[in-house]
Each structure stands twice: as C-alpha cells, then as structure tokens.
Ligand binder design. Structure first.
Ligand code: PBG
Ligand code: ZN
Length: 325
C-alpha cells in the first residue's frame, strides 16, 4: 500500500526557502513608538512597571528623537503627564499644554517625524476619568466639546494625526467637525475605535499617572467578552470620518483585529499595550523567554491577524533587531 500525503516540509528546508514563502513581513515602517512627556527639566524617569520606558522632560527629548529617527522609525504617539490637574482637564487643551509643547519641539528638531497626539482627558483630570464627571458618572456630550478643543489645539501645535482614545460616543464626529471648522481638513483621525476595558492597561497608568480615582472605565470602554460590538464601534467611527481604526489591546484580541480587517478597508492599528509589554519584559529579565524572538513573533502575529501598523513600546528594539537581520 502506498501512502498518499502532502510534503509540507519541502518549503521549510532552509532559511532562504522559508524566506521565499513567508506570508507576513515586519518592517520598521509598521511601528508607532509611544512617548511619555513630563514637565520640568532633567527628568528621565524609568517607569518601574515598564523597564526600558521613560518619562522624559522636553530637554531630554532631543537625544531620544535623534535615536528614534536614526533607527528609521517614522512616527511617535505622545502622552502628556502634566504637573497640574483639574476637574475638566484644562491641561489637555491649553496652548502651552505639555503635549502641545512637545509637538512644537519635535516639529522643530525632527520635522519629518510624524507626531500622533493621543487625545484624551484622563492624564489631565484630577479624578483620572477620560471625560467630564458629574455625580459619579462620566458625561458623554459635555466631554465631546473638550475633546474637539483638545484636538484643535494639538493640530495648531503641529500634530500630524489626532488619535482620540476616550471612547465617548460621537467623538470622531465632534473632532472632525472641530478640526474642519478650524481649517485642519487635512489632519487625519486615528480613532481608538475598538477599545476594551482591559487589565492590560495597568502599567500605562503608572507611566501616565492616569489611574481613575473612583470606579473604573467600564461604562465607556468595551466589555472584553464582546466580539460583534467591535464591528458596531468601528462602523460608527468610519461613518463619522475616522481615517485609521485602532484595536486595543492587541495580543488577547487578535480575533477582533481579524474581524475588523475583514470588514473595513481603512488602515488598522494594533495597540500592543503596556501590560503585554511588561509581561514579556519581566519574563525576559528573568531569563525565562528569549526577548528578541518572542517580541518579533508577537508583533508578526499582530500583522498576520490583519494589522497594518502596531503601536508598541518594543518599537526601538524591534527596529534594531530587524536592521540586524
Ligand atoms: C486612556 C488610555 C489608556 C491607554 C492609553 N490611553 C488606557 C486607560 O487608561 O484606560 C493604555 C495604553 C497602554 O496600556 O499601553 N485614554
Ligand atoms: Zn483617557
């Protein structure tokens, strides 16, 4: 009896043969690198739960930018950590807010580097929520005005892309209208369209000092158990004018990235969030996993799932590793 079967191993025999049939390629163009900017000078604070990630003051930013550009990275996303917070997050839309200052600084020193401004209030409010709070709840419509104001002031400072993350309904419509009315019709919106209420954000809240002071974000961020809802959220944002769709987190939500990829034509961004980063870093520092290969495998899986771009704290390392290969 002759056995009938396929010889899949034919295409795996050598490194070059495997490269010939590889379906997914990572490139330095895929990565968006997050930066945490603080006030003051001389600050280069390593975030204790995120080894290798620093809060930087503006004077420390120059060297960082030179490194980022030298590695071939094309874009950064900015998070501001202000000294002063208040009930309505004034620092988010102040002309001299920390993100506005950092944007101007980047446009002066590295004008080609794309600046993506994260547009939210949680780093600027004393209660740590992403919108206006009244009687213990986060109000939708009053938050929209403040978000639009924030986006316009970020565009005024020179931001190339606006990335609203606060998960209020109608936020893309409000920001698009605000930008257009101020003359910024060509500034794209990269919407955190599909954003889950995730425990993987823990280390980020250390880095951005944005932990909610009461309750949680479950009335505005999505339930991790929901899949169809992701399509509804993404559709709303596309209809309101979003140019990019972000899915966040990434690693536990690869099915969602695939669903969104199959349904929409817009560029899709996977946010490889802080907790995903910290878990890998902790295991690598203990010698339990090989950092380089596990990071490149993880990032590849996000592209394979359907992401065009990846926001990741591993961006500098990954860029270096790819250039060495
Ligand atoms: C909030 C915001 C969060 C992140 C970025 N902006 C999450 C949150 O605190 O709810 C998380 C990013 C990460 O974990 O890396 N607007
Ligand atoms: Zn927020």
């Amino acid at each position: 009896m002759t056995l009938q079967f396929e010889r899949h191993r034919r295409l795996r025999q050598t490194a070059n043969m495997r490269a010939l049939v590889r379906e997914t390629q990572l490139s330095v163009n895929d990565f968006i690198y997050p930066l945490f900017i603080v006030e003051g000078s001389g600050v280069r604070n390593e975030v204790s739960s995120m080894p290798g990630v620093y809060q930087l003051s503006l004077d420390q930013l120059k060297l960082e930018l030179d490194e980022i550009v030298a590695l071939g990275l094309k874009s950064v996303i900015l998070f501001g950590v202000p000294n002063e917070k208040d009930a309505v997050g004034t620092g988010a839309y102040h002309n001299h807010g920390i993100v506005q200052q950092a944007t101007r600084f980047i446009k002066e020193h590295q004008p080609d580097l794309l600046v993506i401004a994260d547009t939210c209030l949680c780093e600027y409010t004393d209660h740590g929520h992403c919108g206006v709070v009244q009687g213990g709840s986060v109000l939708n419509d009053p938050s929209l005005e403040l978000l639009a104001k924030t986006a316009v002031s970020q565009a005024e400072a020179g931001a190339d892309i606006i990335a609203p993350s606060n998960m209020m309904d109608g936020f893309v419509a409000a920001i698009r209208q605000g930008l257009d009315a101020a003359g910024y019709t060509e500034v794209p919106i990269m919407s955190y369209a599909v954003k889950y209420a995730s425990s993987y954000y823990g280390p980020f809240r250390d880095a951005a000092d944005s932990t909610p002071q009461f309750g949680d974000r479950k009335t505005y961020q999505m339930d991790p158990a929901n899949r169809r809802e992701a399509i509804r959220e993404a559709r709303s944002d596309i209809e309101q004018g979003a140019d990019f769709l972000i899915v966040k987190p990434a690693l536990s939500y690869l099915d969602i990235i695939r669903d969104v990829r199959n349904e929409f034509e817009a560029p899709i961004v996977a946010y490889n969030v802080s907790g995903e980063y910290s878990m890998v870093k902790a295991a690598a520092l203990n010698g339990w996993v090989d950092e380089k290969s596990i990071v490149l495998e993880t990032l590849t899986s996000m592209k394979r799932a359907g992401a065009d771009l990846i926001m990741t704290y591993h961006a500098k390392d990954a860029a270096r590793w790819l250039s060495e290969q």
